[in-house]
Design a protein around this ligand. Structure first.
Ligand code: ADP
Ligand code: ZN
Ligand code: ZN
Length: 747
């Protein structure tokens, strides 16, 4: 017998090997093997058994050995990897590599220790547990209660899943010697922790309908296997997901749940854990190699039935999948930014086909591609238009900034008087506000009012103009930062050109918004949340906890605070500058703005008091803002699809963006032109190819960037040609050349 193997050398080639007779009966696709290669030994994976080789059998070498079961990839995943390699124009080896966590691939995992916590002073613990609970002791009692009922010590990850957990409560308990922390070997984690499981509620009519459709899909009464679950925020989608999984498990199958960014969705993960306990594997980025290895093997050994995690959880090695659920399917974090540049939503649909399992894409604002597939009848569309606890929409005001009274000299006009007044009313009423601004840092730029000098990153350029990127100024560290390459420099105190002290900032970021807010709302307690102020998951939890406890009146933040947070006492959301996202030269810009406004607005009025949203803009009458303010998803979707159809953008076409990078502009331009010429013969009536031109951001980190945009349908042969050019023709050493298939940004 002869088998075909993908090795770990990126040659984009499969090799044939002889199978020693004693292995013939046990050999299967996906097994990890050792193969002789040249004079060395390599790792590989079987991609087919029993092949007819075109190579003379006498020249073939035999397999050197089969590795143990723990790194055997399911056959369907191997097929998925091969498809990804072809579709996303990357090498086979690279695609197979993404299916496996590094820890599993390398096979070099040492047992690691973990810290676990248990109660050391029962008496004191009972005392605390019996005392009447107050806001102050809530975190501590929650931790003690969980530990008291757990059959064995809990580690920090398990503790974090407790509702009400906070790091500070844990510290206090340890410091007061009520808890003790000790180390044990990770693999001891095996004994399942039995926790009380949450009980599913009685379903609402729309939820019942969604489940009914899912059951039809699961048992084959509905021939299509992909569902778009379009449900407004709070319509009970998460509950529906969990009951779908119940059905799947009852049918003896398993489930994958993808969430956009696991660190930003602790509440969702907590709910899954509470419902499914230890049959659930949580795959998040803070796992150590050993833990990841363990989780992968738990799935591979069929010890768990459900995996939840970000993008890469899609490759969990289940062999009997019943459903793949993609929550918030419109999120841009589902696109991987390095090779293979896949979109997890699309690969999920593809894996669904290989596995013949159901795929459920859920969102309150589905992306254009999914909406279109549903319109075309490719996906089953299920809509949930009502919230579980029906609440009126928040009241939305669009504020035209151009009508504001002129500011007094020296007065800052980031907030219109209307917004300031609204915040004052809320704070006086002991209600809370969220102020949203999608720009980090202190100020967008630093300029000299004497000579016009502007502080810029020497290595990067602004979209569209080829000028250098203005540095963002961070006052807390007094540094200038480039948001494209991360370059950081100390901020000058006087103009480096004319030595004038009149250097000014313009373009407010969240950091400056925070300090302006302290001036504008002296009566309020202000907190901020963005990727600069949040160094760790603990920072994040701490600020949220403060806000939840009512120790802050105003929370300022970037899109970090737009998603999924539930604060019943927030009754006002101010969108400080709705125009920021509209200025980006990308055909998805309005979709992103619509989604963002919808999400942020959804943070207001989740409790008993009605919510209010104030949108500050200098573009009143902008269609996107109007649709969002009227909660008119259908209206926006039709408007957006019409625009895309007119310009033949996805979903009406597919895109492949070819990228060229290098330090010499002429070399980059030359090579791009050469590639363009080579691809020209593959262009047909359904495809257009824009000749090479500088990317909207022409330079990053000192490298010039050129692109070729391919757009159209029936791209198969062209895609193959691109693949061969990238993988089998060597680009000059000083030039990077790669394809971004289905690019999510054209910058
Ligand atoms: P979504 O995921 O669509 O935002 P969730 O599933 O989070 O909605 O539901 C919103 C809230 O309503 C949650 O607090 C959830 O526990 C609750 N909920 C969901 N379904 C029901 C139901 N059938 N009965 C009562 N409460 C429900
Ligand atoms: Zn100057
Ligand atoms: Zn830069």
């Amino acid at each position: 017998m002869i088998c075909r193997v993908i090795t770990d050398i990126s040659l984009d080639r499969e090799f044939d090997y002889l199978v020693p007779p004693e292995l013939e009966s046990s050999l299967a696709v996906g097994m990890a093997v050792d193969v002789p290669f040249g004079r060395s030994m390599r790792n590989g994976y079987i991609v087919s058994t029993d092949v007819q080789s075109s190579v003379d059998a006498k020249k073939l070498k035999p397999l050197a050995g089969v590795k143990n079961q723990s790194c055997h990839i399911p056959e369907n995943l191997i097929r998925l990897g091969q498809w990804m390699a072809q579709y996303y124009c990357c090498s086979y080896e690279h695609a197979i590599r993404t299916l496996l966590p590094a820890a599993v691939r390398s096979g070099r995992v040492r047992p690691k220790m973990r810290k676990v916590y248990s109660i050391s002073n029962r008496e004191k613990a009972d005392e605390l547990l019996c005392a009447p609970e107050s806001e102050r002791t809530r975190g501590r009692t929650a931790i003690l209660r969980a530990l008291a009922s757990a059959p064995e010590p809990l580690d920090i990850e398990q503790l974090r899943l407790i509702d009400g957990f906070s790091e500070s409560s844990l510290k206090t308990l340890t410091r007061n010697l009520i808890l003790v922390c000790h180390e044990e070997e990770i693999s001891r984690r095996k004994a399942p922790v039995e926790m009380a499981k949450s009980v599913p509620p009685q379903m609402m009519p729309e939820q019942k309908k969604a489940l009914g459709v899912f059951e039809d899909m699961l048992c084959g009464r509905e021939a299509r296997r992909t569902m778009l679950l379009h449900g407004v925020t709070n319509s009970g989608k998460t509950e529906v997901y969990m009951q779908m999984i119940d059905r799947v498990i009852a049918a003896g199958k398993s489930a994958i749940v993808l969430v956009p960014e696991i660190s930003l969705t602790p509440q969702t993960v907590r709910r899954f854990r509470a419902r499914f306990g230890d049959t659930l594997s949580v795959l998040h980025s803070r796992l150590t190699d050993t833990e990841r290895f363990e989780e992968w093997n738990r799935i591979n050994r069929n010890e768990v039935k459900i995996a939840i995690g970000a993008r890469s959880a899609l490759f969990a090695p289940f062999r009997d999948l019943g459903v793949i659920i993609v929550d918030e399917e419109h999120e841009s974090s589902y696109k991987q930014s390095e090779s293979p540049r896949y979109v997890a939503r699309d690969v999920a649909v593809m894996r669904g086909q290989f596995e013949n399992c159901c795929v459920v894409l859920g969102s309150a604002t589905p992306c254009a591609e999914s909406s279109y597939n549903a319109q075309q009848g490719k996906f089953v569309l299920v809509e949930m238009r009502n919230q579980v606890a029906s609440k009126p929409h928040p009241h939305i005001t669009i504020l035209d900034r151009r009508l504001d009274p002129a500011p007094a000299p020296g007065e800052n006009r980031v907030f219109s008087p209307v917004l300031i007044e609204a915040v004052r009313r809320k704070v006086e009423n002991a209600e809370q506000c969220i102020l949203f601004l999608n720009r980090r840092g202190y100020a967008r730029n630093l300029t000299c009012s004497e000579c016009g000098y502007e502080a810029c990153c020497p290595d990067c350029s602004v979209p569209g103009t080829g000028h250098s990127t203005p540095f963002m100024y961070s006052r807390s560290k007094a540094t200038l930062n480039c948001h494209l390459c991360g370059r950081t420099e100390p901020a000058p105190e006087v103009c480096p050109d004319c030595k004038s002290p009149n250097i000014r900032f313009s373009g407010t970021g969240t950091e400056k918004l925070e300090s302006i807010s302290r001036g504008a709302f002296p009566f309020a307690r202000v907190g901020r949340m963005d990727s600069d102020s949040m160094r760790s998951a603990e920072d994040y939890e701490r600020v949220l906890e403060q806000f939840r406890r009512g120790e802050l009146d105003i929370l300022i933040g970037t899109q970090m605070i737009a998603k999924g947070l539930h604060f019943p006492n927030v009754t006002l959301v101010g969108i400080v500058n709705a125009d920021l996202g509209l200025m980006i030269p990308d055909f998805r810009a309005s979709e992103k703005v619509f989604q963002l406004i919808t999400q942020v607005a959804g943070r207001a009025g989740r409790g008993d008091h009605p919510g209010e949203v104030i949108i500050q803009t200098s573009n009143p009458g902008n269609d996107t803002i109007d649709y969002a303010a009227n909660f008119d998803f259908e209206g926006f979707r039709n408007f957006d699809l019409e625009f895309r159809k007119l310009l033949n953008y996805p979903p009406f076409s597919r895109m492949i963006l070819l990228n060229f990078r290098g330090e010499s502009e002429s070399a980059v331009a030359d090579y791009a032109q050469k590639t363009y010429d080579l691809l020209l013969p593959y262009i047909h009536d359904d495809v257009s190819m824009v000749p090479p031109c500088p990317a909207p951001i022409e330079r990053i980190k000192g490298k010039f960037r050129y692109q070729i945009l391919i757009k159209g349908n029936k791209l198969k042969t062209l895609r193959e040609a691109v693949r061969i050019l990238i993988l089998h023709r060597n680009a000059p050493a000083n030039i990077e050349f790669y394809a971004d298939v289905d690019p999510q940004s054209l910058l």
